[in-house]
Design a protein around this ligand. Structure first.
Ligand SMILES: C[S@@+](CC[C@H](N)C(=O)[O-])C[C@H]1O[C@@H](n2cnc3c(N)ncnc32)[C@H](O)[C@@H]1O
Length: 248
């Protein structure tokens, strides 16, 4: 990975993230916005969780390339879009679609990164899945409905990186996960532990609606992993679990 110097004309910082795809090496090129020109808030930079999740997906796809085939992916709280764009670059034309989402204020930078990456892959003669960005504010039924209207089938994968940093948004985030995921959707979450007692509340509620398990460190990338960052794989329960009862 190389982080190069600031582009003084637009005050964004180019950010390059190298991956190995089945078709050879590719660089995912993003712009981050440290001065806030794009007004993307927390979505202006690449967070460490994103590095860990993107490298995990790369490693997993190398072992199980079939996960990319026909994949229809939604990323939630994409920020600069690193994780979703890595998925898109890995899957190339074998994946169907990758939709990166965030709040409306974060979309300008995200759209720029999505459009740019689509062009980079096209210029390299590489096929790519249908790549798009959309507003998906957590808790917004309108946004979730609009997303479903563009593809009524539930996604095969939902990607979530570093979205647990505001406890007051947990219930809205859960509502969006509920609205977006189908029974067969695999959810990959990267979570950085910062305030565990508060974050436990999220995991308790999440566990009522989703079965989830920790992705062991040994299965993660050797370099891009951290003792503060946890990766989970989850799937929706067929019915919510209440007060410790066992349900499917
Ligand atoms: C810490 S950043 C993580 C960004 C990116 N996933 C990463 O790991 O680099 C959290 C992201 O969640 C988004 N976010 C915050 N509140 C949100 C909300 N209510 N609805 C949708 N996205 C939200 C932010 O705009 C930001 O992009």
């Amino acid at each position: 990975m190389t982080v190069t110097v600031c582009d003084s004309t637009v005050s964004t910082v180019p950010y390059e993230y190298d991956i190995q795809t089945s078709r050879g090496p590719t660089t995912v090129v993003l712009k981050t916005d440290p001065t806030g020109k794009f007004g993307a808030g927390q979505g202006a930079t690449v967070w460490d969780s994103a590095l860990c999740l993107a490298k995990y997906i790369e490693k997993r796809a190398k072992r199980e390339p079939h996960i990319l085939h026909g994949a229809r992916v939604i990323e939630i709280g994409s920020g600069t879009g690193l994780v979703g764009l890595v998925f898109a670059a890995l899957g190339g034309g074998s994946s169907e679609s990758v939709t990166l989402t965030d709040t409306p204020n974060a979309l300008r930078l995200l759209r720029r990164n999505v459009d740019h990456m689509a062009k980079v892959l096209k210029d390299q003669g590489l096929a790519l899945p249908a790549l798009s960005s959309a507003a998906l504010t957590w808790g917004s039924e309108n946004d979730a409905t609009a997303l479903r209207s563009s593809d009524p089938q539930p996604p095969t994968h939902v990607l979530v990186s570093d979205c647990l940093y505001v406890p007051s948004l947990y219930s809205a985030l859960l509502g969006t996960l509920d609205a977006v995921c189908g029974p067969e959707t695999t959810v990959w979450i990267a979570y950085e532990k910062r305030d565990f007692p508060a974050e436990m509340e999220f995991w308790k509620s999440f566990g009522e609606r989703f079965r989830f398990s920790n992705i062991p460190e040994a299965e993660q990338d050797e370099m891009y992993r951290s003792e503060d960052i946890f990766l989970f794989e989850a799937r929706r329960r067929s019915s919510p679990k209440h007060n410790g009862e066992n349900s499917r």
